[in-house]
Design a protein around this ligand. Structure first.
Ligand code: HSE
Length: 402
């Protein structure tokens, strides 16, 4: 039997307990050992709940118990999670976590400490919830060089954009509905401003290229400026607007961005709707591969965490190699990355002036009065910004792959 401790009895923590209880026998067969939750660390007490007998408030009880081989960190945030995880690894305990903030900021260092201590630091649930994507990048796709990772990595914003599109509603109305239903946080900034997706694409890019990508270096735009009118145009073009986290290798450089991007019906991520996540990977041998599923939620996320625990049970005393090092990956200058741009202008702007500035453009007519829209040819962001600043009456601009 292998004893583990769970740090945090919130949504994911209680999910981990539920998964390990519900599937105890089949998990034991797959792990080769019974997995026993010995402690659950939480500030709260849970009177009347059977979990109460496992609750401890002092982390040292877990740290100093040599019976504990694996620590599950599902508290979220950097502090005290970082210290707890680091101390566990230094004490020779493996760690499984769903904490994307922690992995994005300290993943490389924690992987090194795990290796030095012949234990494991696994984080499948930190990106894409229940979708296997970390393990494929670490194991299944190691024969490939990765050319592109593009993902719908945030369920909240995908729900909002899907509902705006399906029901013709504006951003604020849908956000409020999502909050009332508990899909979106009361403070939705991390999701709607793209910060959550940014951390996730930083993790995936670090794993794909084996060097640390600092999330602060990734240009990040959220969805708060996307309007119901933009979506009408997207639909007219048989496309849709998705918040994408993207990293692309162009020559020797990797360009990374988080931004709303218009995509067409032939794009593999077009049909990823509601709270689902989807991750498209292009490798130089496999070609295009898609990973799709529930990107959040108690049991899907807990499923990925427990799968990491099973892997750790199977590898007690043996470190599973990961190529993600602490050396920094120097990202390409995103201002030089090329996209087509969808631009909406007020009627006061002359189409001829737009053509003069941008060259060949395709006009888009969605029957909206008082304005018109165009799609440019592919151009660098710096070139686009230089040209667009010469115009008054720009209603919105969105990158497009249409
Ligand atoms: N807030 C995240 C989302 C939760 O909406 O996708 C999962 O990381």
């Amino acid at each position: 039997m292998v004893n583990i401790a769970v740090l945090g009895y919130g949504t994911v923590g209680s999910g981990v307990v539920e998964v390990l209880t519900t599937n105890r026998e089949s998990i034991a067969k797959k792990a080769g050992e019974d997995i026993n939750i010995k402690y659950v660390l939480d500030l709260r007490d849970f009177e009347g709940d059977p979990i109460q007998e496992k609750i401890v408030h002092d982390y040292d009880v877990i740290l100093n118990d040599e019976d504990i081989k694996i620590v599950v960190e599902v508290m979220g945030g950097i502090n005290p999670a970082y210290t707890f995880v680091k101390d566990a690894l230094l004490k020779g305990k493996s760690v499984a976590t769903s904490n994307k903030e922690l992995v994005a900021k300290h993943g490389a260092e924690l992987l090194r400490i795990a290796k030095e201590n012949k234990v494991n630091f696994l984080f499948e649930a930190s990106v894409g919830g229940g979708i296997p994507i970390i393990r494929p990048l670490n194991n299944s796709l190691t024969a490939d060089e990765i050319n592109e990772i593009t993902g719908i990595l945030n369920g909240t914003t995908n729900y909002i954009l899907s509902k705006m599109s399906a029901e013709g509603l504006d951003f604020d109305t849908v956000l409020k509905d999502a909050q009332d239903k508990g899909y979106a946080e009361r403070n939705p900034e991390a999701d709607v401003e793209g910060h959550d997706a940014c951390r996730k694409i930083a993790i995936l890019t670090s794993l794909a290229y084996g060097k640390q990508v600092d999330f602060e270096k990734i240009q990040t735009e959220g969805i708060t400026k996307i309007t119901d009118t933009d979506i009408k145009y997207a639909k007219k073009l048989n496309g849709s607007i998705k918040l994408l986290g993207q990293s692309k290798k162009v020559g020797d450089e990797v360009f990374a961005i988080v931004a709303p991007i218009m995509i067409g019906a032939n794009h593999p991520l077009f049909h990823v709707n509601d709270v689902f996540n989807g991750i498209f990977v292009n490798g130089n041998m496999i070609g295009d591969a898609m990973f799709y599923g529930p990107g959040a939620g108690k049991l899907p996320t807990a499923s990925a965490v427990v799968a990491d625990v099973v892997d750790e049970v199977k590898h007690l005393g043996v470190n599973i190699t990961s190529i993600w090092s602490e050396e920094k990956l120097k990202l390409g200058d995103i201002k030089k990355a090329k996209y087509k741009y969808f631009i909406r202008f007020a009627d006061s702007v002359k189409l001829d002036a737009v053509k003069e500035a941008f060259g060949a453009v395709t006009t888009v007519d969605a029957g909206i009065s008082g304005e018109f829209a165009v799609i440019t040819e592919e151009m660098s962001q710096e070139n686009f910004e230089e040209k667009i600043k010469g115009f008054d009456g720009v209603l919105n601009t969105i990158r497009t792959e249409l």
